[in-house]
Each structure stands twice: as structure tokens, then as C-alpha cells.
Design a protein around this ligand. Structure first.
Ligand code: ATP
Length: 462
């Protein structure tokens, strides 16, 4: 089935996953709110990530740094000077465009990332590239635009400018020394962090793919320079395991070896993980070899030693860094696009069903009493309580049972349990599978074991 973004965006709002932000004021520049099911899924994603990459590994610890860091951080990291994207304005309709993307789309080239403003301006002129909004060819020269959001601190001083972090990574570098001094980690080891990042994107869009405020899950993995390649390969492979764990089809993930000019200012090698979104094959995650660029620059700028002493060899050095980085919002978008399905049923009807895996599903089990009376609700609520060991559950007693199943299919609930009049006699319930729509009759006393084995044991962190 060809997936359609318009339908997916409509579904996300209608079903309480993702609403357009500040909607009652007419919306606010590509911002979004995760609704009740969206936030459950986001939490599932983040806890699964933390468990897989921090808790389950002996070589990883976590931190939670600030969104506001000392402004010198961003000078030393290179963001003040080089965290730019090229932009052009349309002189006619005043629309603003990301210049490299404009060229990529107009000339159908894979990446114009890293082209200089002069080259871009020349290409725009030579090819008479038009404003995608109004069709005019009167575009300004390309110029660099810094993506960091600035804010002013109340404190007085020569410079009160601070920045909202454009990546979570830098807090990890700032705390590197604290972590090695206060824990028992030894190189090679990593520090993970999950949190918000902000970028003043010139052309946000494609739903939650490119937004101004988003979340990242990042790892800075510290290694001896001589071992960077081996660790880089291991992390690329771990990232594939992650994609599988959240239910993405490996066939839809493509590696892009980012080369030359397109490499970020801090990187010597980067592999982008691209995913087949309905609007094209686009970056989902990245794995970058950052060398010792950041520790080195922070050491110089702060005047504080950030070296590591190997306890065995006594070698003192600045570790090099492998950085696997995962966008939370792009993960959610990929999971939704992957799971979205419209099935033709035997009776000619169409059912919308989300094939989320049990880890990501916002509701694990729904319990439905056939009728709102005769003790069925009480029985159903008791069963719901038992099922809470699997995570978030739902109780729904309103409307025809078929409609209630469809509602759960649409939010991707893997199993529905129906309590009917026979339940009161035989202490059994109907267990309905979302994907096959098959129903099994299971004794209440066996229910938790049955669900654990069939659905949740292998891949739920409950
Ligand atoms: P792009 O080329 O798409 O702008 P990037 O290469 O600048 O992305 P990174 O700096 O590598 O992105 O950021 C790490 C991850 O953070 C990305 O792989 C992506 O998942 C996520 N990300 C980056 N920018 C945004 C954004 N504006 N909105 C949502 N997620 C983002």
C-alpha cells in the first residue's frame, strides 16, 4: 500500500497521537503537541532506548544536562561560526527557502549539502530556478543563516546572549571529566542523554520530520583513537538492531556515507541512516566519528584539562568519540508510517489498522465488556487491573463491540479482551488479535501467562 502523508497526519490528529500546536490560535509555525496516545508511544520509545543503550550495557551511563549551557560552549563547539544553512528569499512573495534543498529538488540531485553560497547562487541563476511558492525567478543571492535560537538572560554583563541547545551532545562533553571522576567507567565507554534540542530551521515541514523544537537521544562513545573504526562499525550495527527493535523494516533503511563538503564541521566520517518516508528517502539517524574535536576545543576554551589516564598503560590522552544520534520525532514518524495500513475486508469494508509492535503500542491491552450491565463491567475492570503488568491498558464499554475493536485497531492495540455473559459462567474471556482478527477463548486464570507468552514476554520491558 502506498502511504499517504495527508491521511497519516489526519489520522494522527483524529486519534489523539499528534495535534498541530497552538491550534486554537490558528497554529504556530510547524509546532506539534503529542496527544494522550502520542506521549505514551514517545515514552515507550525513550524508555526502550534507555534500557537498550544505557541500562543493559556495562559500558554506558547517562546524564541529563541543561538546555541552556554556558555560551562559550557554542563558540568552542563551532556552532556559533558554522552551524549554518544557506537560504534564499523570493523577492516577489517574500517566501524563504533552504537554498541547498531548492537546488536538490529543482535539479534532482542527491545532496547539495556543503555547497558554498557562491556555488548555490550560480546554480540558481544558471538553471533559472524558481520560487517553489510563487514561481518567480527573482531570488536573492544565497546567504548563510545560523540555526541556533538565541535568548537573552536577565543577568547584566557585557553579553547576555544565551542559546537554546541545537544538539544534546555538548552537555556530555562538558561533563566528561565529572563522569570519569565520579563513576567507575573506563574507556571505551559512552554517555547517553535524551532531551529537547532547538533549531531555527529555514524550511520546517513534512509533519514532525523537520520541526524547530524536537527531541534527540544521543550517545557520545569515548574510545582510544586507534580503535575508532572497530567501534564505529559496532555502533552502526547496534543502530540496525535498534531499528528492528522499534519495528522498522530493515529493507526501508538505507545507509548514506556522507562525504566531503556535506560532512558536519566536527566529523571525519558519518553514516546517515535514511528511511523510506512517504515523501522520500530522508535522514532518520546518523552515526558520526567526531574525533576528539569537541574535547579538544573545550579543553582549549575552558583552560581545564579533559584528558583521560588509562589505568593500565598510564597513557594520558583525549579520547576520540563515536556519536550515534537518534531523533525521537523522526523515530515516531517512521514507526507511524511503517505501521499505518488500510485493509480491504471480506465484506468490502476498509479497516485502518496500525501494526505497532507491542513495545511501541501506546495501549497494550484493551478490555471490553460486552454490555454495560449485569456485572460485566466489574469483571472487565478486574481483568484490566491484572493486565496492567504489561503496561498501559484501556477499558471501553461504549458502543457496538465491532466498532470498539475497530477503534483499538486504529490506535494499534495488539490485543482486545472481551468479557461476555459466558464469562460469568465459565470464567473465560475472548482474546482478539489485532493483526489476524482471530479470536481465542482463554481461561481467566491462564490469561496473564497466555498474553505474556504470545505477545509481551519477548519484547516488552514490563
Ligand atoms: P538534516 O540534514 O535533516 O537537517 P542533520 O544532519 O542536521 O539533519 P543531525 O545534526 O545529525 O541532523 O541531528 C541528529 C538527529 O536529530 C537527526 O538524525 C534527526 O533524527 C534529528 N533532527 C535533526 N534536526 C531535526 C529537526 N529539525 N526536526 C526533527 N528532528 C531533527
Amino acid at each position: 500500500m502506498k502511504k499517504n502523508m495527508e491521511k497519516i497526519v489526519g489520522w494522527a490528529k483524529r486519534k489523539g497521537f499528534i495535534y498541530p500546536g497552538s491550534d486554537i490560535y490558528g497554529g504556530f509555525g510547524n509546532s506539534y503537541t503529542y496527544g494522550p496516545y502520542g506521549v505514551e508511544m514517545k515514552n515507550n520509545l525513550k524508555t526502550t532506548w534507555w534500557k537498550m543503550f544505557v541500562n543493559d550495557r556495562a559500558d554506558m551511563v547517562g546524564i541529563d544536562g541543561g538546555i541552556l549551557l554556558h555560551p562559550k560552549t557554542w563558540k568552542a563547539s563551532g556552532h556559533v561560526d558554522t552551524f549554518n544553512d544557506p537560504m534564499v528569499d523570493c523577492k516577489k512573495c517574500q517566501a524563504r527557502h533552504r537554498a541547498d534543498h531548492l537546488i536538490e529538488d529543482a535539479l534532482d540531485i542527491k545532496s547539495a549539502d556543503g555547497m558554498s553560497c557562491e556555488e548555490i547562487s550560480q546554480k540558481i541563476k544558471n538553471n533559472q530556478i524558481k520560487c517553489p511558492k510563487c514561481g518567480a525567478t527573482e531570488l536573492t543571492e544565497a546567504r548563510q543563516f545560523n540555526l541556533m535560537f538565541e535568548t537573552q538572560m536577565a543577568k547584566t554583563g557585557e553579553d547576555s546572549t544565551a542559546y537554546l541547545r541545537p544538539e544534546t551532545a555538548q552537555a556530555i562533553f562538558l561533563e566528561f571529566k565529572n563522569v570519569i571522576d565520579t563513576t567507575r567507567v573506563k574507556v571505551p565507554f559512552g554517555i547517553g542523554q535524551i532531551g529537547k534540542a532547538f533549531r531555527n530551521e529555514i524550511t520546517p515541514g513534512n509533519f514532525i520530520f523537520r520541526v524547530l523544537e524536537f527531541e534527540q537521544m544521543e550517545i557520545e562513545y569515548f574510545v582510544h583513537e586507534s580503535e575508532w573504526e572497530e567501534h564505529f562499525d559496532k555502533w552502526v550495527s547496534a543502530m540496525y538492531d535498534w531499528c528492528e527493535c522499534i519495528g522498522l523494516d530493515r529493507q526501508k533503511i538505507h545507509e548514506l556515507d556522507v562525504d566531503g563538503e556535506a560532512l558536519a564541521h566536527y566529523s571525519k566520517k558519518t553514516i546517515d541512516f535514511e528511511y523510506e518516508f512517504p515523501f522520500g528517502i530522508k535522514e532518520l539517524y546518523g552515526c558520526a566519528y567526531r574525533t576528539n574535536f569537541d574535547l579538544n576545543n573545550h579543553e582549549k576554551a575552558s583552560g581545564k584539562k579533559l584528558t583521560y589516564r588509562d589505568p593500565q598503560t598510564n597513557e594520558v590522552y583525549l579520547p576520540h568519540v563515536i556519536e550515534p544520534t537518534f531523533g525521537v520525532d523522526r523515530s515516531i514518524l517512521a514507526i507511524i508510517c511503517e505501521a499505518y495500513d488500510e485493509e480491504e475486508l471480506d465484506d468490502g469494508a476498509t479497516r485502518t489498522v496500525m501494526h505497532f509492535n507491542t513495545r511501541m503500542a501506546p495501549v497494550k491491552v484493551a478490555v471490553l465488556p460486552l454490555m454495560k450491565k449485569d456485572g460485566l463491567p466489574e469483571k472487565a475492570k478486574a481483568i484490566q487491573q491484572q493486565c496492567q503488568c504489561f503496561g498501559n491498558t484501556e477499558y471501553d464499554e461504549g458502543g457496538a463491540i465491532g466498532k470498539r475493536y475497530r477503534r483499538q485497531d486504529e490506535i494499534g492495540t495488539p490485543v482486545c479482551i472481551t468479557v461476555d455473559y459466558d464469562t460469568l459462567e465459565d470464567e473465560s474471556v475472548t482474546v482478539r488479535d489485532r493483526d489476524t482478527m482471530k479470536q481465542d477463548r482463554i481461561k481467566i486464570s491462564d490469561l496473564v501467562d497466555y498474553l505474556a507468552t504470545k505477545y509481551f514476554k519477548k519484547n516488552l520491558n514490563a
